[in-house]
Design a binder for this molecule. Structure first.
Ligand code: PLP
Length: 444
């Protein structure tokens, strides 16, 4: 049998095969950037079509959103969405305990308190039943995240939100193009946020974000908020009057031009990814003790990140903890050339910023809740919370403990051959589970 690379054997993925890049940069991307430079329409109040307004229009058309507002990054899109919805001091916003930090920071940026809910063990997205348990009279919004490109259970989340009169802001940063009963994510709640950050499925050459909604008033409010609270009207001179709390969160025209060029190739890339990743996961599906990602019924997954869960007992390794099995697999698979890595080292509520309530000083925004008439439910947030984190978010903790991810390279439409080699590496590793077990501390 082929010796494991970690023991000096030949790696399943040769060093020369490993260099698959993301994003893919073609001549049309270079041309788009140069055209934007030469066009000279850099400022936000330039009239008529600009690289930014062109991206907004094409994004809205491609996915069928009523409005698209381009902003500086995905985090700003989330913050401005909450702001447009009137989420402010004294409000609570429910976010998943397993997500990227930005989802939890966006409420804080609006002086609102993030309240974490646990996730589903298969989709890694908000568990609707736990969302419902965390609702209080102060809950103003829910932010379902379509984590890793897999749509959250929007039927149940929208139903809960409707029954309680709460807004829904989708964090679709990892999921452009994913669908839920045939409808693209981002347009399923009141507002949706996308990120064009360079590692995402539709990237720009740096940072960018898009806020989408079908509501005219919310779109208008978000447009003002990104531009100092000003109203910018086509054909009219800028009047420098600020009508509401505003920021400067505008998108750069160069980033917009690059992203528009990438958007024009999205369909082609997405089809190639579905084929490549479908074949890859198909080869891994039957390995014992390995759970491959899969979408919720009625949804499509766009595979931004591939997360694998590992069960040592099901792999025949008894007496091995999930952490040790995970770490041993990471070591063995990396030696074979598969860049297995962790995504999120802890559930979000365990991050220092939330655990220690690091906000605006003097306890804010949490202090704004305590000033209200209702007592917060025990252990819902703050320092109390972290002590009980394992009990409060058992699934998020389990997933962090027993899983690893593959990121970025598989997004390249030409990654099919590389993914075949990754599958070889997994199969080879599974032929040597006794060695993996010995790395994980099995002595017998
Ligand atoms: C990337 C990301 C964001 C933030 O986007 P930026 O453009 O990096 O600010 C928010 N939420 C999730 C789930 C993300 O993956």
């Amino acid at each position: 049998m082929n010796k494991l690379a970690v023991l000096g054997g030949t790696p399943a993925v040769a060093k020369t095969e490993r260099h698959v890049e993301w994003p893919v940069i073609e001549d049309e991307d270079r041309k788009a950037v140069l055209d934007a430079l030469d066009g000279g329409r850099f400022v936000s109040d330039a009239d008529g079509e600009t690289p930014v307004s062109s991206l907004e229009r094409q994004w809205a058309e491609r996915f069928g959103f009523g409005h698209c507002v381009a902003v500086a990054n995905g985090t700003a899109a989330l913050s401005l969405a909450l702001s447009a919805l009137g989420v402010g001091p004294g409000s609570e916003v429910i976010v998943p305990a397993l997500t990227f930090i930005a989802t939890g920071l966006a409420p804080l940026h609006n002086m609102a308190v993030p309240v974490f809910a646990d996730v589903d063990p298969v989709t890694f997205n908000l568990d609707p039943a736990d969302v419902e348990r965390r609702i209080t009279s102060r809950t103003r919004a829910i932010i379902p995240v379509h984590l890793h490109g897999a749509p959250a259970d929007m039927d149940r989340i929208n139903d809960i939100a409707r029954r309680h009169g709460i807004a829904v802001v989708e964090d679709a940063a990892q999921a452009p193009g994913a669908t839920h009963h045939g409808s693209p994510v981002g347009g399923l709640g009141d507002m949706g946020a996308f990120s064009l950050q360079v590692t995402k499925n539709i990237p720009t050459c740096g940072e960018g974000g898009l806020l989408v909604t079908n509501d005219d008033t919310l779109a208008e409010s978000a447009r003002r908020a990104r531009q100092f609270g000003e109203v910018m009207e086509s054909g009219k001179e800028r009047d420098y009057v600020s009508h509401q709390l505003g920021w400067n969160q505008k998108m750069n025209g160069i980033q917009a031009a690059f992203a528009t060029a990438q958007l024009s190739r999205f369909e082609e890339y997405e089809q190639a990814r579905q084929t490549n990743i479908g074949r890859f996961l198909g080869r891994l599906r039957d390995l014992p003790g390995l759970t491959v990602p899969r979408p919720l019924a009625g949804t499509t997954h766009v595979w931004h990140i591939l997360r694998f869960r590992f069960d040592p007992a099901a792999a025949g390794l008894h007496g091995v903890t999930p952490e040790r099995f995970r770490d041993a697999l990471r070591r063995v698979l990396r030696a074979e050339g598969v860049p297995m890595s962790r995504y999120q080292l802890m559930p979000l509520p365990d991050q220092t910023v939330f655990r220690e309530r690091a906000g605006f000083g003097r306890g804010y925004p949490w202090a704004a809740l305590d000033a209200g008439e209702e007592r917060p439910p025990a252990g819902s947030y703050g320092s109390q919370h972290s002590v009980h984190s394992h009990a409060q978010y058992p699934v998020s903790h389990e997933v962090v403990r027993d899983s690893l991810t593959i990121q970025k390279r598989h997004l390249n439409p030409g990654s099919g051959a590389l993914l075949d080699r990754y599958a070889d590496a997994f199969e080879k590793t599974w032929q040597h589970l006794d060695t993996v077990g010995s790395f994980a501390g099995v002595t017998a």
